[in-house]
Ligand binder design. Structure first.
Ligand SMILES: Nc1nc2c(c(=O)[nH]1)N[C@H]1C(S)=C(S)[C@@H](COP(=O)(O)OP(=O)(O)OC[C@H]3O[C@@H](n4cnc5c(N)ncnc54)[C@H](O)[C@@H]3O)O[C@H]1N2
Ligand code: MOO
Ligand SMILES: [Mg+2]
Length: 631
C-alpha cells in the first residue's frame, strides 16, 4: 500500500529512537561511521541531539558498545544484534524487541548526520493518523527506510524475513502496511530535506566536509508566522507548583478552578431593611403602609432562627441570610423603623414589594461546579477574589521559566565602567530581564560574552542545563564576529531559523541547545525588543499554559504617513490614542533597528505591510497591543 499524504497532527505517544550503528564500514576504510565528524561533532552526537528532542529513550544498536560508552545516559541505551552481520534488518529486530506493544520507533542509520526531529514528528503524526505499520520518507523519488517510523507490530515480519535469509530493507516493505511521506509533507512544515543525506564512502564524506560553505549568507527567509510555528513545535509546559494565594499575583493557573459552592450559597439580602413576604405588601403605598410584626433581627453571618409567617418581618442587614417565608427585603428608608425596630415591635412598610426584590438568589453569580477559571489564566485581582471565595489558600500555578540572558559583543561595557570610545553599555540584557519578568519568567542576567564562538558555545550549552530557555542578543548577522551565526553554522541540525521576513529583526535566529529553546535576538536594541515581542513572549505564554499566546490586536488609523518602504513587513514601535471613536496610532519615536530611546514609549507595534511606499496618513493598520493586562 502506498499513499502520498501531508502532515497531520503531532504524534501523541512518545517515540523510541533507534540508531543503527553496526555495520562493517568497509567503504569508509573501517572507520566507525557513527564517529565521523561534521562541524566538530560526531554524527552520533548530532543524531542524539535530534532524538532527545522527541524520543523518551534512544537505543544505539551496536556490537561494539565499548567504543561508544561516552554516549550512554539515562535516555540512551545500547542493544546488540541478535545475529551479528545481517545488516539493518537485524538491527531493527534487536530494537523492536526492546519496546512494548503499541509503541513505535524512529529508526535511522548512523551515517546520516542531518537526521531531523522535525521530519520524524511529521512522520509520527502520519503514522498515528493513518494507523499504518510504518511511514517512510520519499525524497527525490527514493524511499528512505533508514529514516522512518516503524510500529512494534513490524517485528513479526522482520523476524520472518530474517529466518528466510532475506536481508533487504526494501523487501520488508512488501510485508507491512506503510505510507510514504512525500517532500511536500516536510516542506509544508518548513523541514529541509537534507535529513536523508548519508555518507557511504570516504569520497562522500570528503564532499560533505570539504571546506566550510559560506552558510552565513545563504539563509532561508521565512515568515513571522512560520518562525512562530517552528518554535512552538518545541513548546513544553512548565511544571506546576503550589504557592500561597497572596503570592500568586501575576502567575498562571496550572489547574482549572470550578465553583466549590454556589455564589451566593444562601439567599442574601442586598440592603439593610426588613425581610418580608411581598404578598403582605400587596395593598401598600406610602399613604397606606402595611404594619408587620418584627420577629427577629438578622445580622451578617447569622442563620435566621424563625420561618416568617404571614404578617411577620425580620430586621436584616446587607449580606445577611434571608429567612424562610420571606421573598423580599424592603429598605430601611421605606419604613418607619429606620433607626431600629426589634423583636416585639411592629414596622410600617410604605412600599409595595415585588417577590425577589433586594434578594440575591442562591447561585445568582455561579452554580456549584461551574467552571470559573481556566487553566493558564493569569492571576490578577479578579482571579485572586475568586480563588479566595472558593477557599484556595494556595494556588496551583506553573513554575516561572528560568531564562538565562546573555549579551554578546566585545564592545559591551559593564554598567559601572566609564564609557570609552567605540564601546557602549549593555542595555539589552536589562531590557530583556524586564521583558522576561513581564512575561512571567525568572530572568538570570549572565555575564556579557565576548565575540568568541567557542566561548559563547560553552556558556550557552552550560546555561541550557540550568535554565528553561536562553536568550542571547547580538552576533546573528553576517559580520566577522557574529558569533551566534558561527555557532549555528557548525550545528545546522540545531537551527530552527535564522532569517525572518520582518523589520527590524530580520536576522532573528532560534535553535535548540541541549534540548532548550535558544532565542538569538539581534543586538540592535529595536530589533531585540521586537524579536522578543513576536517570538519569546508568545512562547513564554505557551510555557505557562496561556490559552491565547498572541498579543491582542486591533485596527487603528495612522496619524501621519509612514514613508519608509521595505521589502519585509515592518513592526513599528508605536503609541495608541483614542480620538473620539477612533484609535489613532503613530510611531513612538525614532524607529530604526539600532535606536533604543523609543522603546520606552511604545505601547503597541504598528504593522506596516511590505511594499515600496510605506503607508499613507489615515491608512487603516494592524495594531499589535503590548499594553494588554494579560501581560
Ligand atoms: N552586511 C550586512 N550587515 C548587516 C545585516 C546584513 O544583512 N548584512 N543585517 C543588519 C541587521 S538587519 C541587523 S538587525 C543587525 C544585526 O546585528 P547582530 O545581531 O549581528 O548584532 P551585533 O552585530 O552584535 O550588534 C549590532 C548593534 O547592536 C549593538 N548591541 C549589541 N549588543 C548590545 C547590547 N547588549 N546592548 C546594547 N546594544 C547592543 C552593537 O553594539 C551594534 O551597534 O546587523 C545588520 N548588519
Ligand atoms: O532587521 Mo534589522 O533589525 O532591521 O536592522
Ligand atoms: Mg553583527
Amino acid at each position: 500500500m502506498k499513499l502520498q499524504m501531508g502532515a497531520g497532527r503531532t504524534y501523541g505517544k512518545p517515540l523510541t529512537g533507534v540508531i543503527l550503528a553496526g555495520g562493517e564500514n568497509k567503504r569508509m576504510g573501517g572507520r566507525l561511521k557513527a564517529l565521523l565528524e561534521w562541524g566538530g561533532r560526531t554524527f552520533l552526537e548530532l543524531q542524539l541531539e535530534q532524538m532527545n528532542q522527541i524520543c523518551e529513550e534512544t537505543f544505539i544498536v551496536t556490537n561494539r558498545p565499548e567504543l561508544l560508552t561516552k554516549y550512554r545516559s539515562d535516555k540512551v541505551r545500547f542493544t546488540a544484534d541478535v545475529q551479528p552481520g545481517l545488516g539493518p534488518l537485524a538491527g531493527m529486530q534487536a530494537a523492536l524487541r526492546q519496546i512494548g506493544d503499541g509503541a513505535a520507533v524512529w529508526l535511522v542509520g548512523c551515517d546520516m548526520p542531518f537526521v531531523s526531529a522535525g521530519a520524524a514528528a511529521v512522520m509520527a503524526a502520519l503514522y498515528e493518523e493513518y494507523g499504518v505499520d510504518a511511514v517512510i520518507p520519499c525524497i527525490d523519488g527514493r524511499l528512505q527506510p533508514l529514516h522512518a517510523i516503524y510500529g512494534r507490530q513490524c517485528l513479526a515480519a522482520v523476524e520472518r524475513h530474517l529466518e528466510d535469509g532475506e536481508r533487504r530493507m526494501m523487501k520488508l516493505l512488501d510485508s507491512i502496511r506503510w505510507i510514504a511521506a512525500d517532500e511536500a509533507s516536510f516542506k509544508k512544515s518548513g523541514i529541509s530535506l537534507d535529513f536523508v543525506q548519508n555518507v557511504n564512502t570516504t569520497q562522500q564524506y570528503k564532499l560533505l566536509t570539504g571546506g566550510p560553505a559560506e552558510t552565513r549568507f545563504q539563509r532561508e527567509t521565512i515568515k513571522v508566522e512560520e518562525a512562530q510555528r517552528r518554535i512552538f513545535q518545541h513548546l513544553r509546559l512548565q511544571p506546576p507548583e503550589r504557592v500561597p494565594l497572596e503570592m500568586s499575583f501575576g502567575r498562571r493557573l496550572a489547574k482549572p478552578v470550578a465553583a466549590a459552592q454556589p455564589v451566593p450559597h444562601f439567599r442574601r439580602s442586598g440592603v439593610d431593611g426588613y425581610a418580608l413576604a411581598a404578598a403582605d405588601t400587596a395593598d401598600t403605598s406610602s399613604g397606606q403602609p402595611a404594619a408587620l410584626d418584627i420577629v427577629e433581627s438578622i445580622l451578617c453571618g447569622d442563620v435566621p432562627a424563625l420561618r416568617l409567617k404571614p404578617g411577620q418581618a425580620a430586621r436584616i442587614m446587607t449580606g445577611a441570610m434571608v429567612p424562610e417565608g420571606a421573598d423580599a427585603v424592603v429598605m430601611l428608608e421605606m419604613t418607619d423603623k429606620m433607626n431600629g425596630g426589634g423583636p416585639g415591635e411592629r414596622v410600617c412598610v410604605k412600599k409595595r414589594m415585588t417577590p425577589g426584590e433586594n434578594v440575591t438568589p442562591i447561585g445568582h453569580e455561579a452554580a456549584r461546579g461551574e467552571p470559573v477559571l481556566e487553566r493558564g489564566r493569569l492571576i490578577r485581582a479578579g482571579e485572586m477574589a475568586v480563588l479566595a471565595a472558593f477557599g484556595h489558600a494556595e494556588a496551583e500555578v506553573y513554575k516561572p521559566p528560568r531564562v538565562a540572558i546573555f549579551a554578546t559583543g566585545s564592545e559591551l561595557l559593564d554598567l559601572n565602567v566609564p564609557l570609552a570610545p567605540g564601546k557602549i553599555r549593555n542595555s539589552n540584557s536589562y531590557m530583556l530581564a524586564a521583558l522576561v519578568c513581564e512575561a512571567g519568567g525568572d530572568p538570570i542576567v549572565m555575564p556579557v560574552l565576548p565575540d568568541d564562538a567557542a566561548e559563547v558555545g560553552r556558556s550557552i550549552e552550560a546555561a541550557a542545563l540550568r535554565s528553561d530557555m536562553i536568550i542571547t542578543t547580538g552576533g546573528v548577522s553576517v559580520g566577522d564576529k557574529d558569533v551566534l551565526t558561527e555557532y549555528f553554522a557548525d550545528r545546522p541540525g540545531a537551527l530552527l531559523f535564522n532569517k525572518v521576513a520582518m523589520r527590524p529583526g530580520s536576522p532573528t535566529t532560534a535553535g535548540i541547545v541541549s534540548g532548550k529553546l535558544l532565542f538569538a535576538l539581534s543586538g540592535n536594541p529595536g530589533a531585540c525588543y521586537v524579536g522578543f515581542q513576536l517570538f519569546v513572549k508568545p512562547f513564554m505564554r505557551g510555557m505557562l499554559g496561556a490559552a491565547n499566546v498572541n498579543h491582542p490586536e486591533c485596527e487603528g488609523l495612522l496619524e501621519g504617513p509612514y514613508a519608509k518602504g521595505s521589502a519585509y513587513p515592518r513592526y513599528v514601535r508605536g503609541m495608541m490614542e483614542m480620538q473620539g471613536e477612533r484609535l489613532i496610532v503613530k510611531p513612538a519615536g525614532l524607529d530604526k533597528s539600532s535606536s533604543m530611546m523609543s522603546i520606552k514609549d511604545a505601547d503597541c507595534l504598528i504593522f506596516i505591510p511590505a511594499g515600496g511606499s510605506g503607508a499613507a496618513a489615515g491608512q487603516k493598520v494592524r495594531v499589535i497591543r503590548l499594553d494588554s493586562p494579560s501581560g
